[in-house]
Design a protein around this ligand. Structure first.
Ligand code: PLP
Length: 470
């Protein structure tokens, strides 16, 4: 197949959409100059030569007038915190997203591990619509049934005895920080109770001042110092380093992701988590698992810590729980919860009937054993496929992960590959130091869609060679 044929074949746009596909209708002439003549230039590469002759063009993509307009308006009125890809998304269905020009994308990002049921799931839409009609929000000054039902379900299917709802992952971690501090204050007789935290290299726990203090990446943290003091960073997986860092009377809690997402898809070993559990117990510190990204079915287990057989004192969740509505949770044991009093923490929006009713739909679907075993099966299939298709490329160091949280570790920056994939209708993320392609699709994705994704990644690999980007 020629590269032009294959480019067209990955898009489901009709032939009439080629102008969109090639972004031709966007060409605006600068004032006072001749209008550009829309032009397709392409390079036919035969099957035989395709592997050695990179054919993916990633630079100078032309945007449609609609996209360009919105991107320019965004730049004028939003605080510039996001280095966004130049795509204006308007619609989603299943595991596909559509941009303002009608271009279809296979979505391997799921809103960064959020949209586990994909887009437009019938049951979820019905739950949201029903609840929105009856009662969307009430203050936590009053009781509401969906919040209690969701809490009952979370307690029933986890180690936890109690839950505290928030609106995001970072807030769930802030709650966990406060609960750990309060627990130490209450359980220690002396005035000088443990207030410090241990966190790990490559960790990501959020952007608010406490969670940020626990986040290892200096680029995120240093511009905002002083952040919460008293955080020691240890190399992820360093058993001896962790044992030394966890100190009785000093360490209030240890924060760890059983599988690191943002940090580059690194899985903890059983020995590492076991060591943390024992060291925390010996020191009277709490063990906190941040499962904001890796929890809730992403690994093929409901909880990422499940296959390790090690239980935390607190676990934080967020991203996928409400199917795209904002939510976070800190789940705790009774031992920790008993240290918390009325007024110690709270939130205006957290645990609203609307969000909790939507979350109940998601949780019931995800915790189904059939759903989880399908994630495991698809994850194995996908990793094998990627290893088979990409393994021989000199830039690919490793394909790793568990279930449908998969990383392709490269010896170069991943962004040219990410851009090339997008041009061919595949959305993927980066992680680590920008050298890892992160694949966290909706958990409902089919094997056929996973194959489509693997094919496009394989086809775009030449973009990683400097001369493949033109
Ligand atoms: C492990 C982990 N913890 C916390 C967060 C922060 O969550 P949020 O962006 O919802 O505040 C993230 C976000 O990516 C995460 O991956």
């Amino acid at each position: 197949m020629s590269s032009l044929q294959s480019f067209v074949a990955v898009s489901t746009s009709s032939a009439n959409d080629l102008r969109h596909l090639f972004r031709l209708n966007s060409q605006k002439a600068p004032p006072g100059t001749q209008p550009y003549l829309p032009r397709i230039s392409c390079c036919f590469v035969s099957e035989d030569t395709q592997k050695s002759a990179p054919s993916i063009s990633t630079g100078n993509r032309l945007l449609s007038a609609k996209s360009e307009d919105l991107i320019e308006r965004e730049k004028r009125v939003l605080v510039g915190t996001y280095a966004r890809a130049p795509v204006v998304l308007v619609r989603g269905k299943g595991c596909k997203l559509y941009d303002v020009d009608g271009m279809e994308y296979v979505d391997m990002t799921a809103g960064i591990a959020v949209n586990s049921l994909g887009y437009g799931d019938g049951e979820w839409v019905k739950a949201v619509a029903e609840q929105a009609k009856s009662l969307a929000h009430v203050s936590n000054v009053y009781y509401s049934e969906p919040q209690v039902i969701l809490a009952e379900h979370l307690v029933e299917c986890s180690f936890a005895d109690r839950v505290f709802f928030t609106n995001s992952g970072t807030e769930a971690n802030e709650a966990a920080i406060k609960f750990a501090r309060k627990f130490q204050r209450v359980s220690c007789d002396s005035d000088t109770h443990a207030t410090e935290f241990v966190s790990f290299s490559n960790s990501f726990h959020g952007r608010t001042m406490g969670a940020l203090a626990l986040t290892s990446k200096e680029n995120y943290r240093l511009p905002f110092e002083p952040v919460m003091p008293g955080v020691k960073f240890v190399k992820y997986g360093d058993i001896d380093g962790a044992k030394k860092a966890i100190v009785s009377g000093k360490t209030a809690a240890v924060f760890v992701e059983p599988i690191q997402g943002e940090g580059g898809i690194h899985s903890a070993t059983k020995e590492f988590l076991q060591t943390l559990r024992i060291a925390c117990d010996d020191a009277g510190a709490l063990l906190i698992f941040d499962e904001v990204q890796c929890g809730l079915g992403r690994t093929g287990y409901l909880w990422a810590h499940e296959p390790y057989g090690i239980v935390p004192d607190i676990m934080t969740l967020a991203k996928p729980l409400a199917g795209g509505l904002p939510i976070g949770v800190a789940l705790t044991t009774e031992k920790v919860a008993s240290a918390i009093n009325y007024g110690d923490h709270g939130s205006t929006f957290a645990g609203s009937p609307l969000v909790c009713h939507a979350a109940l739909t998601v949780l019931k679907r995800i915790k189904d054993p059939g759903f989880l075993s399908a994630v495991t099966k698809k994850g194995l299939y996908f990793k094998e496929l990627l290893t088979h298709k990409l393994g021989a490329n000199s830039h690919v160091k490793e394909v790793r992960g568990l279930g449908l949280i998969v990383g392709i570790d490269l010896d170069v920056l991943a962004s040219p590959l990410v851009d090339a994939c997008r041009a061919l209708g595949l959305l993927v993320l980066t992680a680590g130091k920008g050298n890892v392609v992160r694949l966290v699709p909706p958990l409902i994705i089919s094997e056929e869609e996973l194959k489509q994704a693997a094919d496009i990644i394989e086809r775009c690999l030449p973009a990683l060679d400097a001369d493949g980007v033109h």
